[in-house]
Ligand binder design. Structure first.
Ligand code: SAM
Length: 207
């Protein structure tokens, strides 16, 4: 599988890194994937394509995102929403007629899989507690970068690793969001987890 950018922004900036990321996901071979921090849905689309390739329509993707910008989220350090490429600006304004960072835009990007996905608009600090997390093979934590949010997201994921699932966290190496590494290191120590750093930025965690 080749990583595609779908004319949108994503955490993964180049195709080579995206391809290596997909190779790692393919090794885990999830049938049920949960993403905290969907953003514009590029990673979601790539992972759904990979799961479709491996399992046909017998897969599930769940994702949660605030899908909004507000001063109260400033410590979460969300990526910039500015569209620098004028062609892209015109594409979203006049052709798509939506903001690429909206639940509608992600639903549109994932429309081929509409029966396989569930997108939740909400703050992971409060939204996750209502979610039934049975049978999730892989949870990708890439939402808020505040220390307390990462801690919350990891604590939610504890049940997933206790059921043989895997946690994958992004931005372990992010120097301007040190709370991410601190929360991950504490979680690994407190729960005596096995872990492996991948591509210098992701941490794969299992029991
Ligand atoms: C780095 S981006 C995710 C990128 C996406 N995983 C990708 O690879 O394309 C982080 C996302 O998390 C969202 N976010 C920030 N704080 C959050 C919170 N407390 N709960 C849910 N989502 C949050 C941001 O709005 C942003 O869309």
């Amino acid at each position: 599988m080749k990583y595609k950018k779908y004319f949108r922004k994503s955490s993964i900036k180049n195709i080579a890194e995206g391809n290596l990321f997909l190779k790692e996901i393919n090794k885990i071979n999830p049938k049920t994937f949960f993403e905290i921090g969907i953003f514009q849905g590029v990673l979601a689309k790539n992972v759904c394509d990979l799961m479709f390739n491996n399992h046909g329509l017998n897969f599930k993707y769940y994702g949660v995102d605030i899908f909004e910008t507000d001063e109260i989220y400033k410590n979460e350090i969300a990526p910039s929403l500015k569209i620098n490429n004028p062609l892209k600006r015109l594409y979203f304004k006049y052709i798509k007629k939506y903001n690429p960072y909206s639940i509608e835009a992600v639903e549109d990007l994932l429309k081929d899989y509409k029966n396989n996905i569930k997108l939740i608009k909400g703050n992971s600090n409060t939204a996750l507690k209502d979610i039934n997390i049975k049978n999730i093979d892989l949870i990708f934590i890439d939402g808020g970068h505040d220390y307390n949010t990462v801690k919350n997201d990891l604590n939610f994921s504890k049940k997933i690793i206790s059921q043989n699932g895997t946690i994958l966290c992004d931005d372990y190496n992010l120097t301007y969001a040190e709370g991410v590494k601190k929360a991950i290191d504490e979680f690994i120590k407190e729960n005596a987890c096995k872990h492996q750093i991948l591509l210098e930025r992701f941490v794969k965690i299992n029991l």
